[in-house]
Write a protein that binds this ligand. Structure first.
Ligand code: FAD
Ligand code: NAD
Length: 461
């Protein structure tokens, strides 16, 4: 029976990063992954393919409608969807093969098959080459899958999840998206840019629940202008294939006919059928594994869990932080993740990025704050590149001036937010940001100006 110091089940951003860090720390590590390619949801059917399509579809839209605004005239712009999909697949393969290379470099043993914990310290690999392996420690990093919705009959072609929407064989005439969350908006934008009519049905009276409301409201206005149709307060009760198309039913509303449906109402943890019931590993009501936040250890000693299968934001970089912290904790080092400094980015155009508390959270918890706003229309670089939509919003404690939350909607917001994350991580004040030199002309100057605005002293407004 093969013996390892550590066995990781799942090779997504949580699992593969934990495996690599543990190997760096001198452990004999194995990683079990049931998919043929390493990298998990993120690399195979999530972050990476969606961003490849977001970029490609944005270039198509630019070439079709906006290059002339920059004095660039192009001929007939045509969409080559198979080429776009091929490029996406090449990007994915390059990265997943890269993880296989990193495993080899770090001497991590890879088992292909389904991992099931049969006892503490013992994992069965089920599949073409079944084997039982022992390990001093086990990390569960099995990730998540799309949540189903009662009445919505996912058939994997006409009615599908994000996985299908990353590979539609042609541009739908009318795509109905169920859920105005991150997946619904990102993939809705891809297909709208490529020519589909996109209707987003959302149960709540707003889009992007959890995001700062002022920023989400602005996002909705901008995306509507780009052609997305939002129907809020719509509780979807069913969707089925009808003839050559689909029909979507909502409470108290006439049915909506379309030719494809994307179901994007959240994700559920992959924690069934991996041996947890038998061992009595504690899970919460929604199936997420409960852990000790100081060690990531589950209710069973020696078994740890990280990433999408434990509570918290379902984000690749959150899973990675947990992977590193968990491996370091197992090696006897300091084990800590600062959940106040985990950014969230929605890769629409413009991007929406945030870190820390929203204005609603501060109001609800009675924390006194001051707010600094700065619009990109007053930023020189934004003008020069023709990207003047959006704003930066900084929320700082009214007495200590400590930065509590930063929310950005605008071009490259996903990259700009890194400065705000560092500020929160280091406990910076808005005055610290205001007094930090920012290169000119850059979009980042909007962050400095928003910091000035906290104190009512913007220079360029
Ligand atoms: P996963 O990446 O889900 O990996 C788990 C792995 O475990 C999988 O490969 C699975 O096959 C394997 N597995 C499961 N059970 C077993 C078993 N019993 N035995 C063996 N292997 C098993 N996050 C971001 O931060 N940024 C983004 O831009 C972003 N975009 C996304 C776009 C889409 C369309 C989707 C669906 C998700 C996106 N996410 C994004 C979320 C991100 O993909 C997840 O948060 C991240 O992948 C979680 O990492 P993980 O390691 O916990 O799990
Ligand atoms: P989500 O939780 O972000 O959004 C789901 C939406 O569906 C919510 O707005 C919810 O109110 C709505 N909804 C639920 N039931 C409904 C119903 N019956 N009718 C109409 N609307 C309904 O979930 P998601 O968009 O599926 O994304 C899943 C996870 O994947 C997220 O947690 C996210 O963190 C992660 N993800 C992240 C990124 C990124 O970081 N850029 C990209 C994609 C996915």
């Amino acid at each position: 029976m093969p013996e390892h110091d550590l066995v990781v089940i799942g090779a997504g951003p949580g699992g593969y990063v934990a495996a690599i860090r543990a190997a760096q720390l001198g452990m004999n590590v194995a990683c079990i992954e049931e998919a043929n390619a390493l990298g998990g949801t993120c690399l195979r059917i999530g972050c990476i393919p969606s961003k490849a399509l977001l970029e490609a579809s944005e270039l198509y839209k630019m070439a079709q409608h906006h290059l002339s605004e920059y004095g660039v005239t192009v001929g007939d712009v045509k969409l080559d969807l198979p080429a776009m999909m091929k490029r996406k697949d090449t990007v994915v393969t390059g990265l997943t093969n890269g993880i296989a290379g990193l495993f080899r470099k770090n001497k991590i043993t890879r088992y292909t098959g389904r991992g099931r914990i049969v006892a503490p310290g013992k994992v069965a690999v089920e599949g073409a080459q079944p084997v039982e392996i022992t390990a001093k420690k086990i990390i569960i990093a099995t990730g998540s899958r799309s949540a189903p919705l009662k009445g919505v009959e996912v058939d994997g072609t006409m009615i599908g999840t994000s996985t299908e929407a990353l590979s539609f064989p042609e541009v739908p005439k009318h795509l109905v998206v169920i859920g105005a969350g991150v997946i619904g908006l990102e993939l809705g934008c891809v297909w709208a840019r490529l020519g589909a009519k996109v209707t987003v049905l959302e149960y709540l009276d707003r889009i992007l629940p959890g995001m700062d409301t002022e920023i989400a409201t602005e996002a909705q206005k901008i995306l509507q202008k780009q052609g997305l149709e939002f129907r809020l307060g719509m509780r979807v009760t069913g969707a089925r294939v009808k003839g050559a198309g689909c029909v979507v039913e909502c409470d108290g509303q006439p049915p909506i006919e379309c030719d494809r449906v994307l179901l994007a109402v959240g994700r559920l943890p992959n924690t069934d059928d991996i041996g947890l019931e038998k061992l009595n590993v504690a899970r919460n009501q929604r199936g997420f594994i409960t852990i000790d936040p100081h060690s990531f250890e589950t209710s069973i000693p020696g078994i740890y869990a990280i990433g999408d299968c434990i509570p918290g934001p379902m984000l690749a970089h959150k899973a990675e932080e947990e992977g590193v912290a968990c491996a370091e904790g197992i090696a006897g080092k300091y084990c800590h993740v600062n959940y106040d400094a985990i950014p969230g980015v929605v890769y629409t155009d413009p991007e929406i990025a945030s870190v820390g508390k929203t204005e609603e959270q501060l109001k609800d918890s009675g924390i006194p704050y001051r707010k600094g706003l700065f619009p990109f229309i007053a930023n020189g670089r934004a003008k020069a590149i023709g990207r003047t939509e959006g704003r930066v919003k900084i929320l700082a404690h009214a007495e200590t001036d400590r930065v509590l939350g930063v929310h950005i909607i605008g071009a490259h917001a996903g990259d700009l937010i890194a400065e705000a994350v560092a500020a929160i991580e280091f406990g910076a004040s808005s005055e610290d940001i205001a007094r930090t030199s920012h290169a000119h002309p850059t979009l980042a100057e909007a962050i400095k100006e928003a910091a000035y605005a906290v104190d009512g002293r913007t220079i360029h407004m």
